[in-house]
Design a protein around this ligand. Structure first.
Ligand code: PBG
Length: 324
């Protein structure tokens, strides 16, 4: 035998020399939930070890993450039911706690990359990402609101705007709005291929944002579709997205690879709440060893073509696994 692949696996040093993919702390984006007030953090029963942080507590959580080298955070608001309405108007109210806390975060940590979420669902009494009329989600009417929300977030100091609503044309609409208000340097991280997935359940528990009726299948993508992700990618490229996201991640490795091969802006995968909780549950039962399963999972996402990974495991990985 002239060629023996095992030679390149012979020792730890040789294996490290032959390793093709590495996940560093700069590849990670840490998603965080913030609620109004200054009370203690709240546990989320379906999302173990993840919390809703108060406006005061979130600053400590971010400081801790930054001490571990994490430099990008994605922020989601847990909005009290009393603030929700059909127009999601609280989302662009200048007194909205999500906006004021973002301002505080950026004042305290100017070097942090703070990423927003643009969608109506956390603020909507219907629990949908767009405006509802006669049981339908209106596309073009929703764009106005999404753009107002994005502008309010840019004004508050978010570095990147993250439209997760899946309305057609929203990236372009938001880009024009930001540019018209001199926010040319605020970027857009678009949820490009966001599938109508069963794995968002724990996230919806965290924000109490489960749709009040129906599902999200008229705007989020069918998990069966691969070519359609390329159409979404093409549109987001044309519309001015700075980052392309695939969500969920682990069941969609082929989509990550397709988008990586076809587009030359950063590719982001979102290892979502259900994927996180599944691993946590298996680890708690002793079915898998998280210390091995976690680096393997994130490495697989990187190998498939992700430049960046949004993960609730960010702190844990930064603490226990980053070696380079
Ligand atoms: C809101 C939004 C969702 C997630 C991110 N932004 C939920 C949904 O679309 O219902 C899910 C993230 C996760 O599950 O971790 N539009």
């Amino acid at each position: 035998m002239l060629r023996r692949p095992r030679r390149n696996r012979a020792s730890k040093a040789i294996r490290a020399m032959n390793q093709e993919t590495r996940v560093g702390v700069n590849d990670l984006i840490y998603p965080l939930f913030v609620m109004p007030g200054t009370g203690p953090k709240e546990a989320i029963s379906t999302l173990p070890d993840v919390y809703r942080h108060s406006e005061a507590g979130i600053l400590d959580e971010i400081a801790e993450a930054m001490d571990l080298g994490i430099q990008a955070v994605m922020l989601f608001p847990a909005v009290p039911e009393s603030k929700k309405d059909p127009q999601a108007s609280y989302s662009y109210d200048p007194d909205c706690f999500y906006l004021t806390v973002a301002e505080k975060i950026k004042n305290q940590f100017p070097e942090l990359c703070l990423i927003s979420d643009v969608a109506m669902d956390p603020y909507s009494s219907e629990g949908h990402d767009g405006i509802v009329a006669d049981g339908k989600i209106l596309n073009d009417e929703s764009l106005e609101i999404l753009s107002k929300m994005a502008l309010a977030q840019a004004n508050a100091g978010f570095d990147l705007i993250g439209p997760s609503d899946m309305m057609d044309g929203r990236v372009e609409h938001i880009r024009h709005t930001l540019d018209a208000h001199s926010h040319t340097s605020v970027g857009i991280m678009s949820y490009t291929a966001k599938y109508a997935s069963a794995f968002y359940g724990p996230f919806r528990d965290a924000l109490d944002s489960t749709p009040k009726w129906g599902d999200k299948k008229t705007y989020q993508m069918n998990p069966a579709n691969r070519r359609e992700a390329l159409i979404e990618g093409q549109l987001d490229m044309q519309e001015g997205a700075d980052y392309i996201m695939i969500k969920p991640a682990l069941h969609y490795l082929d989509i990550i690879r397709d988008l990586r091969n076809n587009f030359h802006i950063p590719i982001v995968s979102y290892h979502v709440s259900g994927e996180y909780s599944m691993l946590m549950a298996a680890a708690a039962q002793g079915y898998v060893d998280l210390n091995q399963a976690l680096p393997e999972t994130l490495t697989a996402l990187k190998r498939a073509g992700s430049d960046l990974i949004i993960t609730y495991f960010a702190k844990r990985y930064a603490k226990n696994h980053v070696s380079n």
